[in-house]
Design a binder for this molecule. Structure first.
Ligand code: GLP
Length: 261
C-alpha cells in the first residue's frame, strides 16, 4: 500500500488525475470505477479540465459506479447516476452507453445486483477504482459488519451514513434513502488498482483504522490491506492520526523513478 500525504486536497487530486491519465494512455479500453460523494469532486474537475484544455480522451473507456441508492427514481438529482453525470461524465467524451451503475430502481433488485456483477466481469474487470471512505470506515456503501467476501447486493445504510449524506437532501435525514445497492468488498478488491482518497479531519480516524489497524469487517476499508496495488492519497488533516506518517512522507520523497504508480 502506498500512502501519499499531501499538503492539500487539490494536490492529492492532481496525483489521482495523473493516475487516471496514465491508465487511459496505457490501457486500451480502460475500465474506470467511479465513486460519488464530495471527496473525488476536485479530481473530476481536474480531469474535465484536462479533457477540455489538453484533449484527454475517454472515448474508448467505460465506467462503473460503486453504488446507488434504492428507493429514489432514476432521474432523482441525488441518484448517484445523476450525480456522476452532472459532476463528471457529462463533461467528458465518455460514450453515453459507457457508464453503468447499479439499478436501484429495478423491480427485481437481487437480479439487478447479479446483472451488475456480470456486466463488470464482461467488461474484463475494473482497471482503476476510485474510492472514498465513509466516516464509519465504509467503502462504496459497505457498512461496518459487511462481509469481506461480499458481492454486489442490497444493504441497509446506517443512521450515521444517512446523517452524513443528509447534506445532499436539504439536511433532512427523512429524505435520505435507507437502502442501497453497492458493489461488495470482494467485488471492489478485484479491481486491478485501488485509489483511495481521504480529505479533512473527519476522515483521520477511519483512515488510520483502515490502513494501520487490524483487518476487520467493522472497518470495511481495512480490507484494502489485502490488495496488492493500493494508492492512498490524503491531505495533512486526514493523515493526522497516522502513526507512521513520517515513514510515508519519507518514502514518497525518495520514491525512485522506476517505482511508478
Ligand atoms: C458515500 C458513498 C461513498 C463515499 C463516502 C464518503 O456515502 N457511498 O462512495 O466514498 O460515502 O463520502 P464523502 O466523499 O462525501 O465524504
Amino acid at each position: 500500500m502506498e500512502i501519499v500525504i499531501n499538503d492539500t486536497p487539490e494536490i492529492a487530486s492532481i496525483l489521482a488525475s495523473d493516475i487516471v491519465e496514465h491508465a487511459l494512455t496505457a490501457v486500451e479500453g480502460l475500465v474506470l470505477g467511479l465513486a460519488t460523494g464530495s471527496t473525488p469532486l476536485a479530481m473530476y474537475r481536474e480531469l474535465i479540465r484536462r479533457h477540455v484544455e489538453s484533449g484527454l480522451s475517454f472515448i474508448t473507456a467505460r465506467a462503473f459506479l460503486l453504488d446507488e441508492y434504492v428507493g429514489l427514481p432514476n432521474d432523482h438529482p441525488e441518484a448517484y447516476r445523476q450525480f456522476i453525470a452532472r459532476e463528471f461524465t457529462d463533461h467528458i467524451d465518455l460514450p453515453t452507453n459507457g457508464l453503468r451503475s447499479p439499478d436501484g430502481a429495478a423491480d427485481d433488485l437481487a437480479a439487478a445486483a447479479q446483472d451488475y456483477e456480470q456486466a463488470i466481469a464482461d467488461a474484463g474487470g475494473v482497471d482503476v477504482q476510485i474510492l472514498g471512505i465513509g466516516s464509519d470506515g465504509h467503502i462504496g456503501f459497505n457498512e461496518p459488519s459487511s462481509s469481506l467476501g461480499s458481492r454486489t447486493r442490497l444493504k441497509t445504510l446506517t443512521n450515521k451514513t444517512r446523517i452524513d449524506n443528509a447534506r445532499f437532501f436539504e439536511d433532512d435525514i427523512g429524505k435520505v434513502p435507507r437502502h442501497c445497492m453497492t458493489q461488495g468488498i470482494a467485488t471492489i478488491l478485484e479491481a486491478r488498482h485501488l485509489v483511495l482518497l481521504a480529505f479533512g479531519e473527519a476522515k483521520a480516524r477511519p483512515l488510520a483504522l483502515a490502513v494501520e489497524g487490524p483487518i476487520t469487517a467493522m472497518i470495511p476499508a481495512s480490507a484494502l490491506q489485502l490488495h496488492p496495488h493500493v494508492t492512498v492519497l490524503v491531505d495533512d488533516a486526514a493523515a493526522s492520526e497516522l502513526s507512521n506518517a513520517d515513514y510515508y512522507r519519507e518514502t514518497f520523497e525518495h520514491k525512485p523513478r522506476w517505482q511508478t504508480f
